[in-house]
Design a protein around this ligand. Structure first.
Ligand SMILES: [Zn+2]
Length: 113
């Protein structure tokens, strides 16, 4: 990389460079170009996480818990067991979270995580 000195022409566009904050020279057109470039560049996306259905994952975890319990209870692998697991899963997933009032003191020792 070439050293940029204020007062000298820019090695990239020949525009006279001006004094920058850190003592070194910089060229305004190139700086603006660089600035716009970085601004326009899309942030590196995480494609694998873009369309993750967290509700489905959460439901799957709840369902799994009931499936394990059903297994322990030696419940038959039939539609009735399937329906039952689904009913329990619905019951858990539809449960409304309690609303915490801001003026309420939250007992942090009760929080299991
Ligand atoms: Zn330049």
């Amino acid at each position: 990389m070439q050293t940029k000195v204020a007062g000298q022409p820019c090695p990239d566009c020949n525009e006279l460079m001006i004094q920058g904050k850190n003592g070194g020279g910089y060229c305004k057109p190139c700086y603006i170009k660089w600035k716009n470039q970085t601004k326009d560049q899309p942030k590196p996306a995480k494609p694998a996480q873009q369309d993750v259905d967290w509700d489905k994952i959460a439901r799957g975890k709840v369902k799994h818990a009931f499936a394990v319990e059903s297994f322990k209870m030696k419940m038959a692998l039939d539609q009735a067991t399937k329906d039952r697991i689904n009913q329990w899963t619905d019951f858990v997933m539809q449960e409304e979270l309690p609303t915490i009032q801001t003026e309420e003191q939250v007992e942090t020792s009760e929080i299991p995580f």
